[in-house]
Design a protein around this ligand. Structure first.
Ligand code: ADP
Ligand code: MG
Length: 679
């Protein structure tokens, strides 16, 4: 049908308005823009007393009318206005907007009507205190999804037209009452202001400002806007074309609409107005939400700081604690590596039934083959050893252990030299007579102050030249590696021990996590090589297990302390957000009156929570790093890795989201009239 009024909207659950067939048929009878049928509004007070603010109001308002509702204080004018502006719903009766029953509109539908059709002007202006005049005027367009540039241009031209061109950056408190009311009129006009609802707009103004505001409203009415004015003052109401008198929630007189307004042409005009209008049902964008969040966080800087503090403490403790935990773990791993948990030892094993005196079958070649052919092995060294050999230097005589090994020994045992060099595999091949002394062997043989390097010692009767001294392992007791002398493997085989077979092969594992698999591989390899399993493999698993157990407990402890701090931070966010919602109830009401959807309010408060926790996260990470670096100065083992930092950041944002959700939801579910009435 050609006359159907279609408000197209993209995918949102906002209403499609069509005029009903019955109304359209009688083309001579115009469809009122607003029609109230027997509208009543009853409030139930806390004490259970019913207040009948409206008692069955019938009213038709046509497009382009300039209408004044007069009546004494308490007669129900504001209640009527709130219902007309879709801030409140009637308890009984019907409200038709452009022929459509608003009963069928959900919360989003009403927000859409407030945004697209109405513009509110309040007695107390209701501007947002934290925003400039220019920003206040833009609010309705933010919710209509107009882009920032167009929005600003339109707001500027509106303010200039209302004589506030030089006051755009002023906050409401920096403006006079008359100026604030003009800002609020500009805001009402922002989305077109088809229907201007002005509740005692001059009530708080001096005479001159009141006259100016009335002139503005008259001007708007003459330009085709429907203006509904509420006043207790008959002189003010006299500016209007139609005067309705109100008493005790009922209409007592109505001067009636002007014939020109009832003319159906005006209806067409209205329809065109609505049709031509881009039905923007987009939610305010993310960028907008963040910008608004930043503004309001800045406006409440002290509260913001407190919220930040909670998050900062939580995040920085996570970062610092995990760095300490990780540092301790790394240190334990290092110590364990020094102790040789990443080493497995292959020893010969006599088969049952074989002779006790049967010699070892492990050879230098076995070690070399393992080293090259099995993955995850850094090096494998064969060793043969005597417990008590006679060693002599000059007149000093001592009993010490002599170990024949290869040039890889310092690497495998993580054992650096204090002085000189270690022998090479070449020395072994050439059967060179060189020796490297453990620190205790050196102390036994050489007087303090004498440099042993280059000197010759006698092992048995064979002279060996000292080429290096090992650092002290600090070990004690039986089979002390410090109380040993190290010589090349082949030299030992030929000159000292008179045999080829190794007593053991020490194997350095690369990735300790896979130690069991590697051990298995070594065993299988050697068994295949020898044709029989004549060896066994030993590792220090028991120590590895007990240390990793205690490490797990330690990490768990630190982790829970950190988690508790984050939780406390989250509760802080929630607490302060709840305070913020309570404190800003009126702001929420104003935003709703200018057309914010529940989802807009929700996303605004959530954005604030997320922005705060992002900031808190970044500051917390920085602080945690700083604490870690300071501790490092005091030689506490610290190890930073990116995972806990990322984790802490994600956690803080998630905390903000989770703990911010309940307050944000509470805000979005507020009733617009109740929120607006909040002082
Ligand atoms: P007016 O704007 O004409 O001064 P109102 O519409 O504000 O009058 O109020 C009409 C009547 O309804 C008054 O008696 C007022 O006390 C009552 N009223 C208004 N709002 C509420 C409310 N939220 N709860 C209870 N009573 C209310
Ligand atoms: Mg009132």
């Amino acid at each position: 049908m050609s006359s159907s009024l279609l408000f197209s909207d993209e995918g949102q659950n906002e209403p499609v308005i069509e005029s009903e067939d019955a109304t359209v048929k009688a083309s001579s009878t115009a469809i009122p823009l607003i029609e109230l049928q027997e509208v009543a509004r009853t409030f139930t007070t806390g004490g259970g007393i019913e207040v009948h603010a409206l008692r069955g109001v019938d009213l038709k308002i046509y497009p382009g009318e300039f209408l004044a509702i007069v009546g004494q204080s308490g007669s129900g004018k504001s209640t009527l206005m709130n219902i007309l502006g879709c801030l409140d719903r009637p308890t009984a009766g019907k409200y038709l907007f452009a022929g459509r029953d608003i009963e069928s509109f959900d919360a989003n539908g009403l927000a859409w009507l407030r945004r697209e059709a109405f513009g509110f002007v309040f007695q107390s202006y209701n501007l947002l205190g934290s925003e400039s005049a220019l920003e206040n005027v833009q609010v309705p367009a933010v919710y209509a999804g107009l882009n920032a540039h167009e929005r600003e241009i339109r707001a500027e031209s509106l303010l200039s037209a209302l004589g506030l061109g030089d006051r755009m950056d002023h906050r409401p408190t920096q403006l006079s009452g008359g100026q604030q009311q003009r800002v609020s009129i500009a805001r009402a006009m922002m989305n077109g202001g088809n229907v201007i609802l002005a509740d005692e707009p001059t009530g708080a103004l001096d005479t001159q400002s009141g006259i100016e505001v009335m002139e503005l409203l008259e001007d708007l009415a003459s330009k085709g806007h429907t203006v509904i004015l509420i006043s207790h003052d008959h002189e003010v109401a006299a500016h209007a074309d139609r005067i309705i008198e109100f008493r005790d929630g009922e209409i007592v007189s109505d001067s009636g609409p002007k014939a020109a307004n009832v003319d159906s042409k005006n209806n067409t005009k209205l329809r065109e107005l609505f049709m031509s209008r881009k039905a923007s049902s987009m939610m305010a964008g993310t960028g907008e939400a963040i910008r608004m969040a930043l503004r309001s966080l800045k406006a409440n800087i002290f509260r913001t700081m407190l919220t930040l503090l909670g998050i900062v403490i939580g995040v920085s403790s996570v970062v610092a604690m995990l760095a300490i935990g990780e540092g301790a773990q790394q240190e334990i791993i290092q110590i364990m590596n020094q102790l040789g948990t990443n080493i497995v030892t292959v020893r010969p094993e006599r088969l049952p039934g074989s002779f006790r005196s049967m010699p070892s079958t492990l050879t230098l070649e076995d070690a070399a083959l393992i080293g090259t052919n099995i993955p995850n092995i850094v090096a494998a060294i064969p060793q043969m050893q005597s417990r008590n050999s006679n060693v002599r230097f000059g007149r000093n005589d001592t009993q010490t252990s002599v170990v024949a090994t290869t040039g890889d020994m310092p690497e495998v045992e993580s054992w650096p030299l204090a002085q000189g060099v270690f022998f090479t595999n070449g020395d072994s091949e050439n059967i060179t007579s060189v020796a490297v002394l453990g620190s205790e062997a050196r102390a036994d043989l050489f007087p303090e102050g004498q440099n042993p390097l280059g000197e010759y010692i006698l092992i048995g009767n064979i002279p060996f030249q000292v080429i290096g001294i090992l650092t002290s392992k600090g070990a004690q007791g039986f089979n002390n590696p410090d109380d040993s002398i190290y010589i090349p493997f082949k030299t030992g085989a030929v000159r000292v021990f008179g045999k080829d077979e190794a007593d053991e092969i020490r194997v350095l594992i690369d990735d300790v996590e896979q130690i069991d698999q590697t051990e298995q591989n070594v065993l299988e390899y050697l068994t295949a090589l020898h044709g029989t399993q004549d060896m066994r493999i030993y590792q220090n698993t028991s120590m590895l297990e007990s240390t990793s157990e205690s490490q797990k407990t330690f990490t768990l402890l630190l982790g829970s302390v950190a988690a508790i701090s984050l939780l406390v931070g989250g509760i802080g966010v929630m607490n302060i957000m709840l305070v913020s919602v309570t404190e800003r109830t009126r702001e929420i009401g104003v935003r709703m009156a200018t057309g914010a959807r529940q989802s807009d309010i929700l996303s605004q408060f959530l954005s604030e929570a997320i922005v705060v926790s992002c900031f808190g996260g970044v500051i917390g990470i920085t602080l945690g790093l700083t604490v870690g670096l300071i501790l490092q100065r005091f030689e506490v083992p610290i190890y930073f890795s990116s995972t806990p930092m990322l984790l802490a950041f994600t956690c803080s944002v998630t905390t903000g989201l989770i703990f911010g959700f309940a307050p944000a939801r509470k805000a979005s579910k507020l009733d617009p009239v109740v929120a607006l009435a909040n002082e």
